[in-house]
Design a protein around this ligand. Sequence first.
Ligand code: PGA
Length: 253
Amino acid sequence: MRSYIIAGNWKMNKTVAESIALAKEIVAKTKGISKTEVVIAPTYLAAAKVADIIKGSNVKLAVQDIHWKDQGAYTGKVSVDMVKEIGAEYVIIGHSEQRQYFHETDETVNLKAKKVLSAGLKPIICVGETLDERKGGKLESVLTAQVDGAYKDISKEDALKTVIAYEPVWAIGTGVVATDEQAQEAQKYVRSLVAKLYGESVAEALRIQYGGSMKPDNAAGLLSQKDIDGGLIGGAALKSDSFFSIIEAAEKS
Ligand code: PGA
């Protein structure tokens, strides 16, 4: 049985002080959560402070990206050892905003995923199509290229430690959520791609989140779909009430 994983991606929102306050609220609210894995991804700047706040709680730390190099002259970048040191467990990789604005490609997603896994951390690998790609009948070919690219040269054992977030680009931050059926269909396809690469047992065990305008009012429907194992939440993760409502929906599902 796959457990739910609900992750809040705070993106470039919240100052350090605001991050601390939000993390405290989430820790307090999630005290009784037992089945659902709860993850928050603040900015790098706030990550170490947030790590201290969530220590011993039900909340785990993610960061929003890393560089695949160990160290050196890479201005503006953060290495996996740096985020491991402060206690991060997950790293979001290949988010569509990284792909769209910061030249992320399937190759760099793969380099980052391998680096994260080699450090003993777990990547949340984001995939998803744009509206033009969906309208142009390219949903399956886009997802295939992204999944095959991300998992190149990654072993079965390591693949099992990964999470995939299916995030249709047209649903991210737009308020336009995929219908339960659209999301389920795409997620089932993503799982079939994992099965092709690693076999049925890995595909059955690997968790696939949905992301893109998941909110308290649509979470229960999405999370009840067979191939949706959680959510990667942007906007609704910026307030503890709405984030917790989604966690509760997972816990009850
Ligand atoms: P959203 O963002 O929930 O604001 O649509 C989701 C994401 O980008 O992970």
